[in-house]
Design a binder for this molecule. Structure first.
Ligand SMILES: *[C@@H]1O[C@H](CO)[C@@H](O)[C@H](O)[C@H]1NC(C)=O
Length: 373
């Protein structure tokens, strides 16, 4: 606001005719450049038209020579001009920590890419949704399954479970739900996994998820999304403001440590901005439908084998449901067998797509975009 005030003052001073005389040619040039004329040349403005048949008053003629009497004004004008230039540089470098800060500071800020700065002065480019429920949502992560077939389980590209192979149990997976690793790129967020510094740097209150077809280009993220849902109760503020704190401090992902089902994490109700609970549920494995309730996001679901699953998008599991591998993402704790991978067991061995314990093709080809606000 202080900078805006100075800008207004500068415009006001600019409107004052800084009748300069020759002692301070630099200021004179500066003033002349800003008033649209070449340095040292007179500025001529037309007067208003006169009454019909009568000549109007003559236009102002200003000598752009620096004057001693207004020298103080000229000096102040120069200082302010320098200050505005330096403020412009700072703005270019961004001072916003989240899309919410941009939304509340800049009128008419639009959906798309914006620069954010972290607590250490580190910058990154983030996708902001400035439309949903007044906007201010920062995209912080995407979960994308590059190969859920038997040759692709817990291999390269499975960053939300483990890339280290489906051969030995890794109770913590690769730990990316809980660590400070970053990967992927905001413009490739529907073609590969993505995790931005915002995942652990932004303090938010609510989580929003978009389900968008794989390989959707950035300019279509918001229009190609077939399901949009979000929490509204500010639950993240109870867990440190983001998923990094929620997992690392409150609900670590470990297998063989926690009890089924009592140690499963919280489930939070969601409201839908696109689609609804029923249309979300129809994509899940048929056998999982009666065991899950749509309209929630659940965190760290524990299975009867005491494996941990990071996040169940759009559903919560009934306490009797043994197999959250069929309803949750990030089988970080269950890094062995047919449920190993970012999409856990959504394509179960021996079951066709969309039957029994397998999700339908729409869900299997979906990227999950995670936003904070
Ligand atoms: C999608 O984003 C564009 C800006 O890129 C915006 O003009 C449009 O209104 C948005 N659509 C929705 C449905 O939010």
């Amino acid at each position: 606001m202080a900078s805006l005030g100075k800008l207004v003052l500068l415009m006001f001073l600019g409107a004052l005719t800084c009748l300069c005389q020759s002692q301070e040619p630099e200021q004179c040039n500066l003033y002349c450049a800003r008033s649209g004329s070449a340095s040292g040349e007179p500025v001529q403005r037309r007067g208003p038209p006169g009454a019909p048949g009568k000549q109007g008053p003559p236009g102002d003629v200003q000598q752009c020579d620096c004057c001693s009497s207004k020298g103080e004004v000229c000096q102040r004008l120069r200082e302010l001009t320098e200050e505005v230039e330096s403020l412009r540089t700072v703005t270019r470098r961004s001072s916003f920590r989240s899309c919410k800060e941009i939304k509340t500071s800049i009128d008419g800020s639009a959906t798309g890419l914006h620069k954010l700065v972290g607590p250490n002065g580190n910058e990154h480019t983030a996708y902001c949704d400035m439309d949903t429920d007044e906007g201010g949502w920062t995209l912080v992560a995407s979960i994308h399954e590059n190969n859920i077939g038997s040759s692709g389980r817990c291999t390269v590209g499975d960053r939300w479970s483990t890339e280290q192979g489906n051969v030995a149990l890794r109770p913590n997976g690769d730990g990316n739900w809980e660590n400070l690793n970053v990967f992927g790129n905001v413009v490739a967020a529907t073609s590969d996994d993505y995790k931005s510094p915002g995942y652990f740097e932004i303090a938010g209150r609510d989580l929003m998820i978009w389900q968008v077809p794989n390989n959707t280009p950035l300019q279509n993220y918001n229009t190609s999304t077939y399901l949009k849902y979000r929490t509204t109760n500010g639950f993240l503020s109870q867990y440190g403001g983001n998923l990094y704190h929620l997992y690392s401090e409150h609900y670590p992902i470990r297998s063989g440590v926690y009890n089924f089902p009592s140690d499963s994490g919280p489930s939070v109700p969601v409201t839908f901005d696109k689609g609804d609970a029923n249309s979300l549920h129809q994509h899940f494995p048929p056998n999982a439908k009666s065991e899950t309730e749509p309209g929630f996001i659940q965190f760290r679901a524990i299975s009867s084998r005491r494996y941990a699953f990071a996040l169940c998008p759009g559903v919560r599991n009934k306490p009797t449901f043994n197999y959250p591998s069929q309803s949750c993402l990030g089988s970080t704790g269950a890094t062995q067998g047919t449920y190993c991978g970012d999409f856990s067991g959504w394509l179960h061995d021996g079951h066709a797509v969309g039957s029994a314990w397998s999700a339908d093709q729409t869900l299997l080809s979906t990227t999950f975009l995670l936003f904070y606000r």
